[in-house]
Design a protein around this ligand. Structure first.
Ligand code: ZN
Ligand code: ZN
Length: 102
């Protein structure tokens, strides 16, 4: 049956029951246009290495791109993080959990 094929194909991605972040948790995240300062280059920032690349799409941040800050200080493209948070309620990098909608 066609529908079983679809389920089988998507089962890997949904192996663990996923719960998205709550709307208010997503709305509460800080958003900012990325600048080289955001990457922590001006400070001795332990997250500086992680903060130059979005681990969701593996693209480097470009200045002026809208990025979203997780409470753990990791940053991601807004257009990458929002879809992620609709299915997960943790940081893609360190699994820091934010409020879920369950
Ligand atoms: Zn990205
Ligand atoms: Zn994190």
């Amino acid at each position: 049956m066609a529908i079983n094929t679809v389920v089988a194909l998507s089962i890997d991605a949904y192996e663990n029951k996923r719960v998205g972040a709550s709307r208010s948790a997503i709305d509460g995240l800080k958003r900012e246009a990325y600048s080289y300062k955001s990457g922590g280059h001006d400070e001795a920032d332990k997250t500086a290495l992680d903060s130059t690349t979005c681990v969701i799409c593996m693209e480097k941040f470009e200045a002026g791109t809208l990025v979203t800050y997780m409470p753990c200080t990791h940053i991601f493209h807004e257009y990458c993080l929002i879809p992620w948070l609709q299915e997960n309620h943790s940081c893609p990098l360190c699994r820091f959990e934010i409020q879920s909608c369950s």
